[in-house]
Design a protein around this ligand. Sequence first.
Ligand code: GLU
Length: 264
Amino acid sequence: MNSLSDAKTVVFKVGTSTLTYSNGKPNLRRMAKLVSVLSDLENQGREIILVSSGAIAVGVAKMNLDGKPKELEAIQATACVGQCELMFLYDKFFSEYNHIIGQMLITKSDIDDPERHKNLSASLNRMRKMGVIPIINENDSIAVDEIVYGDNDQLSAQVAKLVNADALVIITDIDGFFTADPSSDPEAKMLTVVDDITSDMKSAAGGNGTSRGTGGMATKLKAAAAATEDGINTVIMNGYDPEDIFKLFEGRQIGTFFKAKKNK
Ligand code: GLU
């Protein structure tokens, strides 16, 4: 069944474009709604893990910079500032619903190195056992390669594997996966259910992200491929109204549903 109604452990990934206005300032109304929805899913007995972008954009706005800095060290410093602000807001909103959060900043090497992978997985799973909602981002202030090549879409698929998630939900600023770029091609159609990721889909995904986040549809498709290969159902959906997430868990059709390639 193409539904997440029975999904217990769920990794959500939310992008910069959903969390912030175009000036980089946090979209407080949306963040508050998102946190209220995730808190309610947690109250239903599900285990939520959130991978959140937004640090760099929020840092840019907080420091009144003209835009995302070009120099790597300045990007790293900006991420340090924005990450604090982001976590302050999450803590404030989740506390309203009596949920405890814990921050985890990860680099690609934490996933690749077997010893660090083990430690990471242990602390992540322990947080969940203790009822803490982990909020994860890439460690932008030290991960040089990450800022140049990385993105939270693929990180979220790795996290979903680490916690043996039942589902991965990628929340973005577009309704789902389209056969072409809907902003330039009126013939573009949204796919509702995907059994197999085809080469046509890969070329339709293109490579562009927004100027504020780093991912685009291509990185989301790669994340969906990695997660579904591992038996994790994956959804790409629009975060414009976070309450739509409830519909997903009620078994209604929202966004694009990528079916897991094997049973877990
Ligand atoms: N880690 C980056 C941030 O918090 C965003 C990466 C992404 O957009 O995927 O700003």
